[in-house]
Write a protein that binds this ligand. Structure first.
Ligand SMILES: [Zn+2]
Length: 304
């Protein structure tokens, strides 16, 4: 009885409890690559959660209650933007995102707003179901973009959590040095890939193709997001054969039938390239992603 009487008022006063560790800055990433980049710059000051995993198509995600709960607690929402998440992110935001992660705040970080966006259509015809009316949102596979985005991320993390600014700035400086060296290495290795003719399933690879100087000779989807039609595939068979395409590129979440069909009719290799890192990626995963992609492309390019 005596103990109880003593302890209860102490807890109420708040001084008998151990001081909780300062909470991490919580980043809600729409795709795994942004969670990984947030960990690179945030280090142990940041906890990053990715709404999607590496085998999931970020165009189509259900705004489920567990995601709503995560957005509610977020100090930063870090996504590709340019409409990639238009089918689900606005819904998550409406269900209780805090003011500090709303558009216009440092906690609302859309990657595509900070890099040069490719394939912005001159005319948007929504009746065709074009999923990329704001241009191509898949900006992460040009590694040069990751430096630009890491720099912007550093600014934003420092604004939200000024106490840890020195850590963020230092982490960025380390990242920039390492990543620039990686890019130099990849550029040297990939010199032989220049003008390699490729077919893509979806316009997932445009930034990679732009960076490496590959030659995209066709797409299995006649329009982004529209499944391939028979007549389109027949035409593509002619174009791709005439262009001597070396590979058909698809992600692990694209349908396999169209690229297998084209590969079966031609000598073109159907490749399933990793599109991003795993959801709980360890440091270094972003580098491995580019290493893996380049390795597969080089192999296909050597194929007679
Ligand atoms: Zn897309």
């Amino acid at each position: 009885m005596f103990r109880k009487l003593c302890i209860v008022p102490a807890i109420l006063a708040g001084w008998a409890l151990p001081t909780p560790a300062i909470a991490d800055l919580r980043v809600f990433a729409c795709e795994p690559e942004w969670a990984a980049l947030a960990k690179e710059i945030g280090g142990d000051k940041v906890s990053a959660y990715s709404a999607t995993h590496e085998k999931q198509d970020a165009h189509h995600v259900r705004a489920r209650p567990s995601l709503i709960a995560k957005v509610r607690r977020a100090d930063m929402v870090f996504c590709s933007g340019a409409g990639l998440e238009v089918g689900w992110l606005p819904l998550l935001m409406q269900r209780g995102a805090r003011a500090n992660v709303r558009p216009g705040k440092p906690g609302h970080f859309m990657a595509a707003q900070h890099v040069a966006v490719r394939e912005i259509p001159a005319v948007v015809d929504r009746s065709l179901g074009d999923v990329h009316p704001e241009g191509n949102p898949h900006v992460h596979l040009d590694p040069r973009n990751l430096i630009v985005l890491a720099r912007e991320l550093t600014k934003r993390l420092s604004a939200i959590d000024s106490e840890n600014k020195p850590t963020y700035v230092q982490n960025f400086s380390n990242f920039e040095r390492r990543w620039s060296a990686n890019i130099e290495g990849w550029n040297a290795k990939a010199a032989g890939l220049k003008n390699m003719p490729v077919v893509v399933h979806h316009k997932s690879w445009s930034y990679l193709i732009g960076w490496l100087g590959l030659n995209e000779v066709g797409s299995l989807e006649a329009k982004p997001g529209i499944p391939p039609t028979v007549s389109h595939l027949r035409n593509l068979l002619k174009t791709a054969s005439a262009a001597k395409a070396k590979a058909i590129l698809r992600t692990p979440f694209d349908q396999s039938d169209p690229s297998n069909w084209l590969a079966g009719k031609t000598n073109i290799q159907a490749l399933v390239l990793p599109f991003t890192v795993s959801r709980n990626a360890k440091p270094g995963a972003l580098k491995n992603l580019f290493d893996d992609i380049l390795l597969q492309l080089e192999k296909a390019n050597r194929h007679p």
